[in-house]
Ligand binder design. Structure first.
Ligand code: ME8
Length: 511
């Protein structure tokens, strides 16, 4: 039976344009979605936009637009980024859609019916930038007397208003038991520990409605309240499966396999969300993975310094797959990283242009010139050939082990070990010399290289879909033989190969 795999990105706030950070999460989720599709899983991949709340309402006001007109515009920009990054999402959810309002209200009713919601009054700190409530002990007082959230540096304001509360305090023990039974639920481990100590420290009931503004989903039966934007937002993951319709075509995708998020929103996904689901009697997702943050040329991307970088001009300049590769190769997933042009150029020149690109080009142009432009005959294999082919044979398992841990950089390092070995093999076997002395042996060496390139190109498809499609075309691999299930097959001797063209350019740093 095929396995179902449901992966999500956060839904991004439409208070500003998409930037490198959003593209990063979307690319990572896309690589996983493509990886699972090629493995034969039935995949549902969701991304989208978070369009309600005070922060978005304020951004619309600043832009001089009505909230819906404003969110329509920014959501279109996120859709454009998604398309430009070649993200293979199966759905794009916007929280202003009727299907989502219906789902959020249905969940609210279910929580209310279970006795998990009560009316009270909230008196405390709120950060609009983080759309989060904070306790006094989570704040720092600045020299000028204003207070900010210690974790994020976001300003807070004092709020007093009627509010509905969710009985989060009742879930401390159940959550701790759940984390204990599902040690892989929160990753990486440092985040798991952070969440464990937060929950062990005690949970207070959570304010889940607001009355001081109107840009949100109405609370059922009490239109003076709109839902707290995080309750609204988290439900998106259910909405897309057709919730509350248990017969919806995608209903069977719940529970999600993995929520991929940035490290600043782990608490919402690993504490509040499972508690809401437990309270509603719904199954919990398979896991939440939080990745690190990118800075740009050593600086935090921030609205105040205006150094948010849009990835799209970089894609135009360097190429889509170069950017996709770099984001996942440069920084161990889970860690913070710094984006610099210098590193982008250095790494992609070394590993794409001079590494994989050169290996492909060297092999294929030699075949075009000296071996009739067809996949050469295998002949008798020598130990060196077998050693390289064995290494290629082990690659799928090695990569899978890394991919299962979301260690993208390690999965890629496994590929590059093989590329370096193949480079050494060409130098040592010197097909250009064999051409004069032993054309049978030359054919075997070239056959071995084409076999190895085929495995590499198939396995790298999730990271660089277009570039690897081009390489597989040049290797004469049929379109229906590019799945992981096809890895055990081999290149077919005598297949006519198209004229080889380089797939990765070499960059010169003008700076
Ligand atoms: O938090 N580096 O939306 P958001 C890496 N709407 N990733 C980054 C990043 C950076 N510098 N900046 C942003 C929200 N991200 C909520 C989510 S989900 C139910 C609701 C990525 O627009 C990262 O994935 O602030 C982060 O978690 C997300 O964008 C935050 O996007």
């Amino acid at each position: 039976m095929t396995k179902k795999y449901y992966i999500t990105t956060p839904i991004y706030y439409v208070n500003g344009a998409p930037h490198l950070g959003h593209a990063y999460t979307s690319v990572a989720a896309d690589v996983l979605a493509r990886w699972h599709r090629l493995s034969g899983d039935e995949v549902f991949f969701l991304t989208g936009t978070d369009e309600h709340g005070q922060k978005v309402e304020a951004a619309a006001r600043t832009a001089g637009l009505a909230p819906q007109a404003f969110t329509d515009r920014v959501a279109a920009d996120f859709k454009d980024m998604t398309r430009r990054m070649n993200i293979s999402n199966d759905d794009f959810i916007r929280t202003t859609e009727p299907r989502h309002k219906a789902a959020a209200q249905a969940l609210w009713r279910r929580l209310a019916a279970a006795g998990m919601i009560y009316l009270g009054a909230y008196e405390g700190f709120y950060s609009v930038r983080d759309e989060a409530f904070y306790d006094e002990d989570e704040l720092t007082t600045r020299p000028d007397g204003t207070r900010i959230a210690t974790a994020t540096g976001a300003p807070v304001e004092w709020v007093v208003e009627p509010s509905y509360f969710f009985k989060l305090s009742a879930f401390q023990d159940r959550l701790l038991a759940f984390y204990e039974e599902n040690p892989g639920f929160i990753a990486p481990v440092a985040k798991r520990n952070e969440i464990l100590s937060f929950v062990r420290g005690g949970l207070k009931d959570l304010s889940i409605s607001r009355t001081s503004f109107t840009w949100g989903i109405e609370v059922p039966d009490d239109p003076a309240h709109v839902m707290y934007v995080w309750l609204d937002a988290l439900v998106n993951y259910l909405t897309a499966t057709g919730y509350p319709d248990a017969q919806a075509p995608r209903a069977a995708f719940w529970p999600a396999s993995l929520h991929l998020v940035g490290k600043e929103i782990i608490r919402f996904h690993a504490v509040y969300w499972p508690a809401f689901l437990m309270a509603a009697g719904l199954p919990l997702p398979g896991g939440v993975f939080s990745h690190g943050w990118w800075t740009v040329e050593g600086e935090k991307m921030s609205k105040s310094t205006g150094n948010f970088i849009d990835i799209r001009p970089l894609v135009d300049e360097f190429g889509l797959d170069v950017m996709r590769f770099f984001l996942l190769r440069e920084v161990p997933f889970g860690n913070d990283g710094d984006f610099s042009r210098k590193n982008l150029i250095a790494r992609t020149n070394a590993e794409l242009a001079n590494g994989l690109g050169n290996l492909g080009q060297r092999t294929l142009s030699f075949i075009a010139k000296n071996a009739g432009g067809v996949v050469p005959a295998r002949g008798d294999l020598h130990d060196v050939d077998r050693a390289l082919l064995n290494m290629a044979g082990l690659l799928p398992a090695r990569m899978t082990a890394a991919m299962d841990r979301l260690a993208f950089h390690e999965a890629l390092e496994e590929v590059w070990k093989l590329i370096r070995a193949a480079d050494g093999y060409i130098d040592q076997q010197a097909p250009w010399s064999l051409r004069k002395t032993d054309t049978g042996r030359m054919a075997s060496v070239l056959h071995t290289l084409v076999s190895v390139l085929r495995v590499i190109a198939i396995l790298l498809q999730p990271f660089m879909p277009d570039a690897m499609a081009a390489l597989l075309d040049q290797l004469g691999v049929a379109a229906d033989a590019r799945f992981f299930a096809s890895l055990g097959a081999n290149v077919v001797e005598g297949t006519i190969l198209p004229a080889p063209v380089g797939i990765f350019p070499r960059f010169v740093d003008a700076a």
